[in-house]
Design a protein around this ligand. Sequence first.
Ligand code: SAM
Length: 284
Amino acid sequence: MDEFAALTERNRQLSKAMMQSVFELACDLSGLGPFPEQAAKARGTAPVNARLMQIQQLIEQLRADLQGLRGPYLMQQLQGLGVDQHSRALQLHIGSGPYVLDGWINLDVFPAQLSTNVLWGLPFVDGQCRYVFLSHLLEHLFYPTDAMALLQDIHRILEPGGVVRIVVPDIAQCIAAYQDGDTGFFRDRVEHWGAGDGQATRLEHFLAYAGAGPDPAWLFEAHKFGYDQETLIRALQRAGFKTILPSTYMASTHSALRVDEHSQIASAKHGDRHYSLFIEAIKE
Ligand SMILES: C[S@@+](CC[C@H](N)C(=O)[O-])C[C@H]1O[C@@H](n2cnc3c(N)ncnc32)[C@H](O)[C@@H]1O
């Protein structure tokens, strides 16, 4: 591992440790109420409030420095991909993970063909994309805040007639499996996802699937929401889409969007049914 790879991994571990620390700090403060400030005054030490503000300022300064790097970092990558503001009819694969689609811009957090974070906004001008594909990405964003911001951004970068294909875990199937006591559904899920220790109850499975209570240190990786068809359609409508078409595995009417098979989890099935929900929306 070279020097920068080692530092990058260390930074990742440190940010995880800090997320855990901040959560525990908030727990301490909520439990102790006014006592820490009273104790600080009695001891003649700095108020907790001032110490917290110092920490907050340090974090915000570092964030401001990092924000200043986004532009040049993205510009350099887009130049390497031969994309500029005049490019049109792009095909954008968001949250590509290990699956690189030929002829697509495959976007994910580092490392990726286009390394970025979708929460920064998509680095394209209005109407630059013909197709957008995302498989098992949306449930990793907070809903409605971050998920709606991404859907609106996708609507913005699509050309008129452009299509987004979205694949997410189908939470309605998970609820039905819980209600029906379908242990096979959850057993097969462990096989596909390797979730938990294999001993989890149906409820533990469901809550992890639906994004309830992720561990602070794993907040980035964990599910934060679960979608059924009704909720995903409504979210797309709120993002500005008027034509929304439920789909099924590999059944897009647009040949360019018949790409589900490249994702192992989009392809995963319980019996003869896919775990995922498939939806397309067209920009007017
Ligand atoms: C469950 S994986 C799905 C990968 C692949 N699309 C598939 O179908 O197997 C979720 C992917 O979304 C990416 N992701 C999650 N949050 C993201 C964000 N805010 N910005 C960019 N990528 C993100 C993760 O890094 C990961 O590669």
